[in-house]
Write a protein that binds this ligand. Structure first.
Ligand code: HEM
Length: 383
């Protein structure tokens, strides 16, 4: 059994597997990178400064508290039912499940954020303005986000593409903001969404857009690819992670007939008495929950988490972690470590049935949502 140690460096937690340290932790000097990240985004800011703390608290109370999540359950259930109805209407025809799940998750989140569907299940329409491909473009991973030294070579040709994308997205968001401000001014806005919370809390358009930094941000490698306001950041953080988990779960279940049968049996038994699936019923579906965990073990949507940074030099076992090192925790490798997991490459949901292990960041062998103070904001509450 590998020995794992959690080291609380201020600002981050480093996880070590004693015997295979190097393969699970990548460290590099990032002084330049860090100076770029002093601007404000929840997930990509290097510092747990006041702005980060403020946004994180705002998200916690307004989006992810038990009470808020419960009050929004019917909205998510409605979106799931729309997807089911849509699939029913396509019976016997080929559908792209990944695209449909992406649109469903995106609309779940956009309704919470701005009380609107932003993409159409059937195809991209004039109304959604091609939002789906814009968001897909933003979350395309740029290798230089993890290895900034490669940034100047723009190996994937993403630099120019990102600037075009961000300009388009910005103009769409300006229209949404203007519309909302106008309806607030005329007293006709009755929305209770996250955008309303931001406006109630005094967020100006400039602050929402980080307008004052706009031109300088375009110069820097990370910022020109990532959304500049909390609404957009949450939309992109939540959509691809959830979609990839659902796509991988379906792919694994299609390959593993026995597991698929168990899922179908559980769904049939637990859902037999209701007209439509309710989130509260998920609590009784232990096998479905085990499948989600097993999917996240094998296919974590953020295999290296987000980059962490050591704010002071420290010693971990025999290794010196230098001040300003950027730390990438390879949770993909940890999730497949043969010293921890029996038959690690196999999809075996039953391993979670008796283990009590979850993704709240307390079990260092299984960290799909990270751990410590920078743990995913949404995951610990999604049990
Ligand atoms: C399957 C679903 C998801 C997975 C596996 C996941 C995973 C992660 C991971 C690994 C991190 C970085 C943690 C670290 O570096 O220590 C993260 C951060 C974050 N996630 Fe998620 N995520 C998911 C869904 C969501 C959703 C639905 C939202 C919001 C609607 C969200 C919002 C965030 C935010 C705001 C952060 C940054 C937190 C901070 O740095 O303070 N995530 N997530």
């Amino acid at each position: 059994m590998a020995f794992y140690e959690a080291l609380a460096v201020p600002d981050c937690v480093i996880l070590l597997a004693e015997d295979s340290f190097r393969s699970k932790l990548v460290i590099r000097n990032t002084a330049d990178f860090i100076s770029e990240l002093d601007k404000i985004l929840i997930g990509w800011t290097s510092e747990c400064n006041n702005e980060w703390r403020y946004l994180r608290t705002l998200c916690k109370t307004e989006l992810f508290s038990g009470k808020v999540l419960e009050s929004q359950a019917c909205l998510r259930e409605k979106k799931v039912m729309e997807l089911v109805e849509f699939l029913r209407s396509k019976e016997g025809r080929v559908v792209n499940l990944g695209e449909l799940v992406f649109a469903t998750v995106f609309n779940m989140l956009s309704n919470v954020m701005i009380s609107k569907d932003m993409v159409n299940l059937e195809k991209e329409t004039e109304e959604d303005g091609g939002m789906k491909s814009l968001i897909r473009g933003i979350i395309e991973v740029d290798i230089s986000d993890f290895y900034p030294i490669l940034g100047k070579f723009d190996l994937q040709g993403l630099h120019k593409k990102s600037i075009d994308l961000m300009t388009k997205i910005r103009s769409k968001w300006e229209a949404i903001l203007d519309e909302r401000r106008n309806s607030r001014e005329s007293g006709s806005s009755s929305q209770h969404d996250f955008l309303e919370t931001l406006l109630d809390n005094g967020f100006t358009n400039d602050r929402i857009h980080h307008q004052e930094n706009w031109s300088s941000l375009l110069e820097c490698s990370i910022y020109n690819k990532f959304p500049f306001n909390p609404v957009k950041e949450l939309l992109s953080a939540g959509t691809d992670t959830s979609t990839s988990t659902i796509e991988w779960a379906m792919a694994e279940l299609i390959k593993n007939v026995e597991s698929m049968k168990k899922v179908q049996d559980e769904l049939e038994t637990k859902l037999s008495e209701s007209d439509y699936p309710k989130e509260s019923q998920l609590l009784q579906m232990s096998y479905v929950q085990a499948c989600v965990k097993e999917t996240l073990r094998l296919h974590p949507p953020a295999p290296l988490l987000l980059p962490h940074h050591a704010i002071e030099t420290c010693q971990v076992i025999n290794y010196t972690i230098p001040k300003d090192a950027q730390i990438l925790v390879n949770v993909w490798a940890i999730g497949r470590d043969p010293l921890i997991w029996e038959e690690p490459e196999m999809f075996r949901p039953q391993r979670f049935l008796s283990s009590g292990m979850d993704f709240k960041g307390n079990d260092f062998e299984f960290l799909p949502s990270g751990t410590g103070r920078r743990i995913c904001q949404a995951c610990p509450w999604l049990q």
